[in-house]
Every structure is written in C-alpha cells, then in structure tokens.
Design a protein around this ligand. Structure first.
Ligand code: BG6
Length: 236
C-alpha cells in the first residue's frame, strides 16, 4: 500500500496563492485585450474548472480556450509581458514567487500528521504535483523528507509525462514506489486530480475540500470527501 499526495491545497496552503497569481495575470491580459469592461477571471469557478491541478502552460491554454482565445506558444524564456502561452505563464510565476516571498508558505498540520501516521504504519508516500515549484515549497515547510518519491512539474517534463487530468504522474509515482495503482490511495483537492485518480484506477481517491466544492469532487470521482486529513484519523 502507498499514499500519493498532491501538494497545493493538500499539503500546503498554496492553492489560494496560485489562484490569486492566476487572477492577476489573466485580468491584466484580458483588460489589455478587451478594455475596462473585460470579463474577469473568476478565481473560484474558472480556477477550479480550467486551471487547478494542471501544469502551468496547460492552465494558460485551457482557461484562454474557454474564452475562445488562442495565443501562440512562444518560447520558455519569453518576457512576462509577451502575449504568448509561455509569456503569461512566466508572468504568473513571477507573481507567485513574489507572493510566496512576502507572504510565506504554511503547511496543513492535519496533513503532516496524517503523512507521519501512515509512514509510521509502514506505508510509503509520494508527492505528486504539477507544480515546478514543488520542491522549493516542500522544503520551505520542512516536509521534503516525508515523501519517498516526488513527481512534480520538473520531473514530469524530464520524463515527458502528461500532467493532470491525465493519470500518468500518479502512475509514475506508484511505479516508483513499487505498487500497483489499485494498491495506492490518491489525496487531491483539484477536479483535475480527481479525474486522474479515476482514470488511473487507483485503489481509493480522497477528495480534500478546502473551498466548498465537495459535490464537484464527488462528481469527478472522489470515493470520499474530507475537509481536512485530520478527519481520517488513524484509519490508514
Ligand atoms: O506554476 P507552477 O508552480 O509550476 O504550478 C503549476 C500548477 O500547479 C498546481 O499544483 C496548481 O494547482 C496550479 O494552480 C498551478 O498552476
């Protein structure tokens, strides 16, 4: 048995920071494009449907496509003011890092205690995140050593793995831990993560609801929904 944990919104309180950085990025882009009566990015609905859990560039493409906008891909080193997929992604990352620098990062105590408990029971653990900032964020809360395996945005790019909602990053983590998907539980707060858990046929999918979207998590395949992992106690 093994446990596979998403990072942002499950281990650390960073989902809201991502959402805020995305909102600033998309609103600036849409205002420039459509003028003052632009339709703003909705940091709950648009974020949950089109951005949450996806790798950075996929988030840009998927949200813009929902508005019928298709930008050129651009280059990874595009400046943050360039209207390309990569340029917008870079703008968002600059904002995210600035927000993290000024606001810091906090972990969810309930998750850290749960991970420690399952490890004490002999289960192996992995962090599976689309974020290229995963390692730095985990390190900043001193939680790097709680995970035997890390499949994040950097590792996925190196290995050519498609990101969530595809199941490949979770499957790679299970493989690296030496277990079948059916022997692994997924802990996720994003709808895209639920989809990955379902299509990867994982043994159990726990939806972590921090923002009142329990029904949507269930509709996307959660076997159970909790608001915090402390609710699971020692059930592992
Ligand atoms: O831009 P990063 O740090 O590589 O993160 C990519 C994505 O990582 C996911 O964990 C977040 O849910 C998304 O909001 C974020 O866009």
């Amino acid at each position: 048995m093994a446990c596979l944990f998403d990072l942002d919104g499950v281990i650390t309180k960073t989902a809201v920071v991502h959402a805020a950085a995305w909102k600033q990025t998309f609103d600036a882009f849409l205002r420039q494009r459509d003028g003052e009566d632009f339709r703003p990015f909705d940091d709950s609905h648009d974020y949950a449907e089109y951005v949450d859990g996806l790798p950075r560039a996929d988030g840009v493409r998927t949200f813009l496509a929902s508005r019928g906008i298709h930008l050129p891909e651009g280059a990874p080193d595009d400046p943050p003011d360039r209207a390309t997929v990569q340029g917008l992604g870079n703008r968002k990352n600059d904002l995210l890092l600035e927000m993290i620098r000024t606001g810091g990062v906090e972990a969810y105590d309930g998750t850290l205690r749960y991970v420690e408990a399952v490890r004490a029971h002999g289960l192996r653990t992995a962090v599976v995140s689309s974020s290229a900032n995963c390692r730095d964020i985990l390190r900043s809360v001193g939680a790097e050593d709680l995970f035997d395996v890390r499949i994040d945005g950097v590792v996925a790019a190196e290995r050519g793995l498609p990101g969530k909602p595809q199941p490949d990053t979770f499957l790679a983590a299970a493989r690296d831990l030496g277990v079948e998907a059916a022997e692994a539980a997924v802990f996720e707060d994003a709808l895209a993560g639920m989809d990955a858990g379902r299509s990867g046929h994982f043994g159990y999918v726990v939806g972590v609801d921090r923002v009142g979207q329990g029904a949507a998590l269930r509709a996307h395949g959660a076997d159970t929904v909790v608001q915090d992992l402390s609710e699971l106690g020692e059930q592992a």
